[in-house]
Design a protein around this ligand. Structure first.
Ligand code: NAP
Length: 492
């Protein structure tokens, strides 16, 4: 049996609780990937202390030297791309194509952050005082806590670890409990690339215990979290007590607006990809299709046809297009929302239950599901499901579509399908989301482009792109006076 251990102060350690959590392949639960040893608060404290002790030396390591380690880590990730992708598919369930895409995205982010270490410029500012000047320096916070979800268990840790290291912070990283294998392998590659002892610590354990310790420990000077809004907002209240920087990327309920003038086939293909791809387990998944006027009937007919055509199966099978839900709990949540949709009066027009068929017997497979006549007050229109479930919301006008689209607590991603420049421009101006797409799916992003949401989705600076290091640095302002002159009266 493979045992997944935590990495503290440069060593793979035995967790002190003696408790383990079994890690199962969600496409076939008879396939046991291994067992994760679960850390305690005490283990988490040791990791925080190790990170604290390693901070000064890492901070004083020249940024390009830190970047060199990131470059090597990116190369190792590239070399091990297929191995990482296979492990990711086995552990999280997404298809092998999606897994390869995730590993590539993670590699790109690490590479991008390596480059940023040569650009950590401050600003020279002339003073109001004669012969004086000021400048700014970007400095790391110290120990940062990184808490991540299971749905992108390589990319999300990578897009937090890389900028945190680039900026000179030391790390205590807590992955989701159900994806320890990918977390261990990712940390191994960073260590192989040369990250020094104590700089990157991995603590596997429950959110309520290990996560809570990281969030509340006084030596942790910033926390970056990705996960549900429920947990993120609770965490925000905790860290606020210490007044430390907090970044959270949380849930989504992402709309597409389908205009009558759009390219119908394109709109159908991209809406389906956004709704059903990655089994709907993306924060940017399309969950509401707001269909304007007469295009409703042909759009619905085609999207149902598309949904029924998907090939479900284990992600390792190259021909599978949709994998399983990540675990039993998520699987039951998705099925529960299918019941809620029916009870609330939406019309089920496709899917609606557990998927059956050859090769699906031992996995958490759910049918791609479409509900019609979803109204804004229904729970399936308001709450994140995190499964392959699309709600069709029929409206009469663009104005009504915007009202419905924005009537939502989340604000992560969105999309419009139209060929009218003015409609598209108005949509971009009015939509309440951190990211928006034109004639393309609500999903996706690129390593050099900022990523994140507004409203109940996002707190703090955006991750990735030009903003990637914003959260991980403090600005120090330095006033310099070499004149030796006493200051008198006015500054001028
Ligand atoms: P989650 O249940 O909120 O868990 C996220 C992480 O927080 C896990 O590591 C979890 O540990 C930990 N945690 C749980 N309770 C905690 C506590 N009291 N204190 C400290 N840490 C705690 O989310 P999830 O189910 O893993 O992920 C799905 C969610 O992530 C969805 O809502 C999705 O939209 C969101 N997401 C957002 C983005 C984005 O960029 N906006 C990207 C991806 C995913 P355990 O695993 O041990 O419970």
């Amino acid at each position: 049996m493979t045992i997944f251990k935590s990495f503290i102060n440069g060593e793979w350690i035995e967790a002190s609780s003696g408790r383990t959590l079994r890690n199962l392949n969600p496409a076939d639960t008879t396939d046991i990937i291994g067992e994760a040893q679960l850390c305690t608060r005490e283990d988490a404290r040791r990791a925080i202390e190790a990170a604290y002790a390693a901070f000064k030396e890492w901070k004083n390591t020249p940024a390009p030297a830190r970047g060199r380690i990131l470059t090597l880590a990116a190369r190792l990730m590239e070399q091990h791309k297929e191995e990482l992708a296979q492990l990711l598919t086995r552990e999280e369930g997404k298809t092998i194509g999606e897994a390869r895409g995730e590993v590539q995205r993670a590699t790109n982010v690490v590479e991008f952050c390596a480059g940023e270490t040569r650009r950590m410029n401050g600003e020279y500012i002339p003073s109001e005082l004669r012969d004086n000047y000021a400048y700014t320096i970007k400095e790391p916070h110290g120990v940062v806590g990184l808490i991540t979800p299971w749905n992108f268990p390589i990319a999300i840790p990578a897009w937090k670890i890389a900028p945190a290291l680039a900026a000179g912070n030391t790390i205590v990283f807590k992955p989701a409990s159900n994806t320890p294998a990918t977390a261990v392998r990712l940390v191994e590659l960073f260590v192989e690339a040369g990250v020094p002892k104590g700089v990157l610590n991995l603590v596997i354990g429950s959110g309520g215990e290990v996560g809570d310790e990281i969030v509340n420990h006084p030596a942790v000077r910033a926390v970056s979290f990705t996960g549900s809004s429920e947990i993120g907002f609770k965490m925000y209240q905790e860290v606020a007590k210490r007044g430390i920087p907090f970044q959270a990327e949380m849930g989504g309920k992402n709309p597409v607006v389908i205009m009558p003038d759009c390219d119908l086939d394109l709109a159908v293909e991209h809406t389906a990809a956004g709704a059903f791809g990655s089994t709907g387990q993306r924060c940017t998944a399309t969950s509401r299709a707001i269909v304007v006027g007469s295009i409703a009937e042909p759009f619905i007919e085609k999207i149902v046809e598309r949904a029924k055509a998907y090939r479900l199966g284990p992600g390792v099978d190259e021909s599978s297009e949709i994998g399983p839900s990540v675990d039993e709990s998520q699987f039951n949540t998705v099925l529960k929302y299918m019941d809620i949709g029916r009870e609330d009066g939406a019309t089920l027009i496709c899917g609606g239950g557990r998927a059956s068929g050859e090769g699906l017997e031992n996995g958490y497979f759910v049918e791609p599901t479409v509900f019609d006549h979803v109204t804004p007050d229904m729970r399936i229109a308001r709450e994140e499901i995190f499964g392959p479930v699309l709600g069709i919301m029929r409206v009469d006008s663009f104005e009504e579509a915007m009202e419905v689209a924005n009537d939502c607590e989340y604000g992560l991603s969105s999309s419009i399908f139209s060929n009218d420049y003015n409609t598209i421009t108005q949509f971009i101006n009015e939509i309440e989301s951190g990211m928006t797409h034109v004639n393309s799916p609500t999903t996706g992003g690129e390593a050099h482009i900022p990523f994140g949401g507004i409203k109940a989705t996002g707190i703090g600076p955006r991750e990735q792109g030009s903003t990637a290091l914003d959260f991980y640095t403090e600005l120090k302002v330095v006033y310099v006076d070499h004149t030796g002159r006493k200051r008198e009266g006015n500054l001028y």
